[in-house]
Design a protein around this ligand. Sequence first.
Ligand SMILES: Cc1cc2nc3c(=O)[nH]c(=O)nc-3n(C[C@H](O)[C@H](O)[C@H](O)COP(=O)(O)O)c2cc1C
Length: 328
Amino acid sequence: MSSKKRKKVKSKFTKLFKPNLSVRIGRLLMKNPVMVASGCFGYGEEMSKFYSLNHLGAIVVKGTTLEPRLGNQLPRMAETPSGMLNSIGLQNVGVEKFLKEKLPFLKKQKVPIVVNINGKTKEEYVLLAKKLDSCDDIKALEINISCPNVKEGGIEFGSSALSAFKIVQAIRKVTKHTLITKLSPNVSSLQLKEIAQACVEAGSEALSAINTVLGMAVDLKNYRPALRSTTGGLSGPAIKPIGLRVIYELHQVVSVPLIGMGGILSVGDALEYLLVGSAAVAIGTGNYINPFLAFEVVNGINEYFQTNQIETGSDFSNRFKAWDDCKL
Ligand SMILES: Cc1cc2nc3c(=O)[nH]c(=O)nc-3n(C[C@H](O)[C@H](O)[C@H](O)COP(=O)(O)O)c2cc1C
């Protein structure tokens, strides 16, 4: 057979091969593994002008609290080499307004909705989870115990296994929703593993990681920190190696699905996260750089799986070989 003919047959076969990209995490059933990360996609209204949101696996909405919050004082964003530093401080409309004004639009998009929940105290997390429990349009709650930009709550709960256990356990008792706990990279490897195991033991059906990495930028001209809050959370390509390491480590110690994020800017970045053990990925800062990115990553993963005859995400991650497993 001539090489031209062979290519034609191959491309016909590739088109026929349909990978199964679907991912299930409890009640959250996604048609593909591409989510958009909390705080980087608003409530989807602006982004729906670029593409139909039902192409996505799921949307994780902005961190939601019981009461509306204005967030931290300006300046609260700074550009850094290969990254972005923010200290937004969980500015959001509050749960009542979210349910009344934001959810109706999201419902129409026919894409699973995950609500990222936050509280200053354990009681606030519990009240918020209770309020959202009766809403069947929500497919999962992502418990944010890793925000580095708020004085109370956030990372305070996510930096010890005991406090993480208590928060997840208390929320588990009051909701039927699927629970995903979002972990911080701002702890040691040992703490990370202990915290992850504690969250799963307390009833979390999945883990997501990473939230932003604590950092600082300096405004040299004015002899002061670039951010009003002095420190902030670093996101974007600069943190991808940290995100990959965290997912790799979590994959060694828990068997629940992992949602990998941190610096995904291309199809290749997303594939790397899937290879080291993520069941799904989430795109954050990348949405600001290229509003079509999540849509392109969905298509790119599908194409890659087709070309390489990979049927499912777990078939793909089974191909991963750590150096210590390699029999060379
Ligand atoms: C401006 C901004 C706001 C964010 N807000 C939230 C939030 O409300 N809740 C949360 O869990 N994570 C929040 N994050 C963290 C992201 O969801 C994501 O975990 C992190 O940015 C790493 O992914 P990336 O490098 O792709 O942005 C925010 C990140 C940014 C940049």
